[in-house]
Design a protein. Structure first.
Length: 255
């Protein structure tokens, strides 16, 4: 499938997706959401894939949503644009393998929301983060108000959302918004190393870990325990049996 904004490159079980609209700092528009939706459909059923890395071309990961596209929208059109973005980002989180954001520069507004929709985030030391929507008299539209307090805490989330302050990678790491910071020249290498590490694990187990952990966030502790217990038995007799046998026989498992 041909894309105009997205540039996917496959390397065995790992796909690296580059958002390539550098003249607009990779700003998100309707074309992006349509292409991302198609891309997710294209890769979601591929049993060979083990990880997806998302990064941006140029000096931005994604510098926000496309203001030029939004400026003349009616309230209803704005709601629809928000709903479209939320639906696509939710689909991204539902992929059966981990999605890693490799944040190479500005991750502002919708770009920070895209990063938060990924499973975890690796940042270049020169990356910048922020939710500047209130500067425009707007609020986040792609679930930023919901994901940010869940990833950090309520106070830090409200601080960023109401002040529109742009923070550096070190501060984002301190807030637990990102999991690791690297030098710019090492960013993709580190993201691929982590993706490769995940690719060596039991694919069913990784899928179940992601599914149970994400679903459990919206449940009570007891309901989450039940969900975990029900899925704990799934690998027995197949992938889990191979993994345990390999451990006892001191060999690598044959997934």
């Amino acid at each position: 499938m041909e894309y105009t904004i997205l540039r996917p490159i496959s390397d065995g079980p790992i796909v690296t997706l580059t958002i390539s609209r550098p003249q607009a700092l990779n700003a998100l528009n309707s074309v992006f959401f349509n292409e991302m939706d198609d891309f997710i459909t294209e890769i979601s059923g591929n049993p060979e894939l083990r990880a997806l890395i998302i990064t941006g071309e140029g000096k931005a990961f994604v510098a926000g949503a496309d203001i030029a596209e939004m400026v003349n929208m009616s309230p209803e059109e704005g709601r629809n644009f928000s709903g479209r973005g939320q639906a696509v980002f939710n689909r991204l989180g539902e992929l059966p393998f981990p999605v890693i954001a490799a944040i190479n520069g500005f991750a502002l507004g919708g770009g920070m929301e895209l990063a938060m929709a990924c499973d975890f985030r690796i940042a270049s030391s020169n990356a910048k983060f922020g939710q500047p929507e209130v500067n425009l008299g707007l609020i986040p539209g792609y679930a930023g108000t919901q994901r940010l307090p869940r990833l950090t805490n309520l106070a830090d989330a409200l601080y960023l959302l109401t002040t529109a302050e742009v923070i550096d990678a070190a501060t984002a790491l301190q807030m637990r918004l990102v999991q690791k910071v690297t030098e710019p020249e090492n960013l993709l290498e580190e993201a691929r190393r982590l993706a490769g590490l995940i690719a060596q694990k039991g694919p069913l187990a990784v899928r179940l870990v992601k599914e149970v952990t994400r679903r459990g966030l919206g449940m009570s502790h007891n309901a989450g325990e039940e969900l975990e217990r029900n899925h704990f038995g799934d690998p027995f007799g197949n992938e889990g049996a191979e993994g345990m046998k390999a451990f006892l026989e001191k060999r690598k498992p044959n997934w």
